[in-house]
Write a protein that binds this ligand. Structure first.
Ligand code: SAH
Length: 248
């Protein structure tokens, strides 16, 4: 069938929100695409134009979305699947490979992942350099793993004195879980530990607030917030927060 070999699938990160933080290679892929697939608010960030079909979908249908994107690329379309931030961080890139495992006939397809600026790095840059030493990223949502796993990972990361970035920290459907995560932190960290709540970074709604663990309350986080927990050496310097590059 003609045209089949011309199709491709790009999984692209749109960065944290600002157009200035979209990479030139992502902009070029979008300019060359025939179809854009993704969660409604992310597809809304792509400017409509002639020859481009937008396929916004609900957040809960990741595997359907991945399969749809693979089907279209196999049919010769040039498809960009969009995620916010980086597509490999709690986002669509893994979903595409999971779908590919179930559809091995698509293995020869031209599939590329284009990185983006993930929320924790945009937030850290705004705050100063709180992730300047060893750190880890933990998704606090229990949609795809048991909450006991979240608690265990937070406790072990705290014991290892890692700085931490929490994604999906608190939603209306599970308000008590972030309160529990703060409790776990209090079991392992001193009350003066610095925590930055970074909301809607690089958008007009951006708001950053750094408090101590003793001052932190669950209501400081929502689903547009990434939470950065310092390590035991993280400190303030003027308006900034930073973690030294050396450890004891
Ligand atoms: N792939 C995305 C993360 C998707 S999970 C990335 O790499 O950034 C969605 C979570 O990301 C949100 O609940 C929030 O914790 C975080 N997030 C995404 N954009 C953000 C922004 N502009 N400011 C703060 N946090 C953000």
């Amino acid at each position: 069938m003609k045209g089949e070999d011309k199709g491709w699938l790009v999984v692209a990160g749109l960065g944290p929100g600002s157009d200035a933080l979209v990479t030139p290679e992502v902009t070029a892929a979008l300019a060359d695409a025939t179809d854009v697939v993704g969660y409604i608010p992310y597809v809304a960030r792509v400017a409509p134009r002639d020859g481009l079909t937008l396929h916004p979908s609900d957040n809960r249908v990741e595997m359907d979305r991945a399969q749809h994107a693979l089907d279209m690329a196999a049919a010769g379309r040039r498809v960009v699947v969009v995620s916010s931030g980086d597509p490999g961080v709690f986002a669509m890139a893994s979903a595409i490979f999971e779908a590919l495992e179930a559809m091995p006939q698509y293995l020869p397809l031209d599939i590329r992942i284009l990185p983006g600026i993930t929320a924790m790095l945009a937030a850290a840059a705004r705050a100063g350099a709180p992730l300047g030493h060893d750190f880890c990223a933990i998704n606090l949502s229990d949609n795809l793993k048991p909450f006991a796993t979240v608690e265990k990972r937070v406790a072990l990361a705290a014991q290892g004195d890692f700085a931490m970035a929490f994604y999906n920290p608190r939603s209306a459907s599970r308000p008590h879980q972030f309160a529990r995560v703060l409790e776990v932190l209090r079991e392992h960290c001193e009350p003066t530990r610095l925590i930055t709540f970074a909301r809607a970074v690089s958008t007009p709604d951006e708001a950053l607030k750094t408090v101590t663990l003793a001052e932190a309350v669950p209501e400081m986080a929502d689903m547009r917030t990434v939470v950065l927990v310092g390590n035991s050496a993280t400190r303030r310097i003027g308006r900034h927060v930073y973690t030294p590059r050396s450890a004891l």
